[in-house]
Ligand binder design. Structure first.
Ligand SMILES: [Zn+2]
Length: 351
């Protein structure tokens, strides 16, 4: 089995994680991806909506397989400037407010460098508000404190901060080795930059190893998945199959793990393609890959979006196990490697 260049995979993942890309403001991360594709000698296309695609050609009589992952992440937007000069926020994407309390953030003004900030509770100081038990965390009780001198709405507005400015969370992306080049990657937004980094590492391995693929591999990196319409347009024409690569959900009752690649048979929107899922499982068996079958009860993906937008394709969902999803997440290089192996194995082995 071909192995990914783990050093490359982890370093690009950390760089992607550290580049803000809340849904609606993903261009910096997309540009980073363009830079990496250019370094590999690949050409790419962009859709008018901002998604990015590239292709690794296979045998002409092979299938046209597309792997879809998403670059956009959770984030927030400035809802109002408070009389104190602090900011009221609205969420972008689905997460619990409690997961961002105390988080570092950047406010992306329309002009100028982003402003540093922190999410604080309006009754944060125990020395002022006493017993902190039963504090509610929501958009009314959490606010954004700017690390710039301001104590009024006028002063904050004078900094160029406007209603509608994007706010990104600090990923705090960190690699913790467990053995050699293997280890845990922890940080926000592994959903779904982990999969984007695997797509890059796979492309590098195919190009540098001169691997002749049975099937053409198209890669589609969407930029509006977290709000439900990422792959609704812009997928390449004439595809035979769509394999969505997105995080596997870990937790009580789940079969997924941070050390494995998962195959999701059903999420909140119903089942994925049985036929394509069984083909993926057959490839995993042939490769002796410990593929984790699973269902995700509270989950949606670009697969649903593609089907709802009228794609007449079998669609399956695979991906690396990510712990504490939509909060401060973690995965292991084992899961990234498993995802890489299943994707490459599919392009080489599937009928
Ligand atoms: Zn995702």
């Amino acid at each position: 089995m071909q192995s990914p260049d783990l050093e490359y995979l982890v370093s690009r993942l950390l760089e992607l994680l550290s580049t803000p890309s809340p849904t609606g403001n993903t261009e910096a991360a997309m540009k980073l991806l363009e830079r990496e594709l250019a370094a590999l000698g690949l050409e790419w296309t962009r859709t008018r909506k901002g998604a990015l695609g590239w292709t690794l050609p296979g045998k002409t009589e092979g299938k046209q397989v597309c792997f879809a992952a998403h670059m956009d992440t959770l984030g927030a937007m400035v809802k109002a400037i408070k009389p104190s000069g602090r900011l009221k926020l609205e969420r972008i994407g689905g997460y619990d407010w409690g997961t961002v309390e105390g988080e570092y953030a950047l406010v992306h003004r329309s002009e100028g460098e982003p402003l540093s900030a922190t999410v604080v509770h309006i009754n944060q100081s125990v020395h002022v508000h006493g017993n902190p038990e039963n504090l509610k965390r929501d958009k009314h009780t959490l606010e954004l404190r700017l690390d710039t001198i301001t104590s009024s709405a006028l002063e904050t507005a004078a900094l160029g901060v406007r209603i509608g400015d994007y706010v990104s969370w600090d990923s705090r992306a960190t690699f913790v080795p467990t053995q050699g080049l293997q280890g845990y990657i922890k940080g926000r937004h592994l959903d779904n930059k982990a999969a984007v980094a695997v797509c890059l590492a796979l492309s590098k391995a195919v190009l540098e190893g001169n691997i002749q693929l049975e099937h053409s591999a198209h890669f589609f990196i969407s930029n509006f998945e977290e709000v439900g319409h990422g792959a609704s347009s812009g997928l390449p024409d004439h595809l035979d199959e769509l394999i969505v690569v997105d995080m596997a959900a870990i937790g009580e009752g789940q079969n997924s793990s941070e050390h494995h690649v998962s195959l999701c048979h059903l999420d909140s929107n119903g089942p994925y393609s049985r036929d394509l899922s069984l083909k993926l499982r057959a490839v995993a068996q042939k490769l002796e890959l410990d593929l984790r079958d699973d269902l995700y009860p509270w989950y949606g993906s670009d697969g649903r979006t593609a089907w709802l937008s009228g794609q007449d394709l079998p669609i399956a969902l695979i991906g690396p196990g990510v712990d504490a999803s939509h909060a401060y997440e973690r995965t292991h290089t084992d899961a990234l490697e498993g995802t890489f192996n299943l994707m490459l194995g599919y392009l080489l082995e599937a009928k």
